[in-house]
Design a protein around this ligand. Structure first.
Ligand SMILES: [Zn+2]
Length: 253
């Protein structure tokens, strides 16, 4: 083996080991197996988010409600500060908060802190600031827990480990069979985003009653998805929220 090829092999091995890692989710302590690097997934997420911003802007659906956008960005900024106490590296993230008038979007989050909130969804539930903070904190928790990276990693394993993160990201939108195989993970991630989101909102000083009333409103509406992914039943989300409320009350006393 020539010097060049052994150097290449060594760098390939180093890259491989740098990408595959186990990561502990702050707040919940669950361990995730990662097959791709966070920088690779964040880069893909940024491209997808920028594409989404362009599409919404072209249809006059990006930040169309200036008041709603300022409200989301103001609440988001405070939550960013409290997120860093759970994961210090997030303080250096390029967090982005936007709203869309696209009725198909409730709320979503992409890797690296790219948040999109549906203004029609917020209006339909008549969310107070505290309830909106819970929704935003839930979306931020997905990013902090690196759920998109974990989802791509599990999708990679299901598909045999040979596909790139970029190909898998496209597959995840179109391959129903793959989505079904990821149902258990999606459900775990939703419950985790609820829990970590409540911890972040509590750290930021929001009242636990607001968090519970957010889940009560979600349960009362038919819009329990928050995202199009799998999610735990509204009854279990609401009971988790009231359980967390009791926990916070016991900690604060
Ligand atoms: Zn979610």
């Amino acid at each position: 083996m020539g010097k060049l090829s052994s150097l290449f092999l060594m760098s390939a091995l180093i890259c491989g080991s740098a990408q595959a890692e186990n990561l502990e989710v702050p707040g919940t302590g669950r361990w995730e197996g990662m097959a791709f690097s966070s920088s690779e997934v964040d880069q893909l997420a940024q491209e997808k988010y920028d594409e989404m911003l362009s599409d919404f802007a072209a249809n006059k659906k990006l930040d169309a409600d200036g008041e709603a956008t300022r409200r989301v960005q103001r609440i988001g900024a405070v939550l960013v500060a409290s997120s860093a106490r759970f994961k210090p590296s997030t303080a250096a993230w390029k967090w982005e908060f936007h709203t869309t008038a696209d009725a198909n979007v409730d709320a979503l989050s992409l890797s690296g802190g790219k948040i999109m909130i549906g203004s029609a969804f917020v209006d339909s539930l008549k969310l107070t600031d505290g309830e909106l903070a819970m929704l935003i904190a839930h979306e931020m928790a997905h990013a902090i827990a690196e759920h998109q990276r974990e989802e791509l990693s599990e999708a990679s394993q299901i598909k045999g480990g040979h596909l790139t993160a970029q190909v898998l990201m496209a597959d995840l939108e179109l391959d129903l069979g793959l989505q079904i195989k990821l149902y258990a993970l999606s459900s775990t991630q939703e419950a985790e985003a609820d829990e970590l989101g409540m911890l972040i909102a509590h750290e930021a000083g929001w009242k636990t009653g607001d968090m519970v009333s957010f889940y009560r409103k979600l349960a009362a509406s038919d819009q329990g998805a928050v995202e199009s992914h799998a999610y735990p039943s509204m009854a279990s989300r609401l009971s988790m929220a009231t359980g967390m409320q009791r926990l916070f009350a016991s900690m604060d006393n």
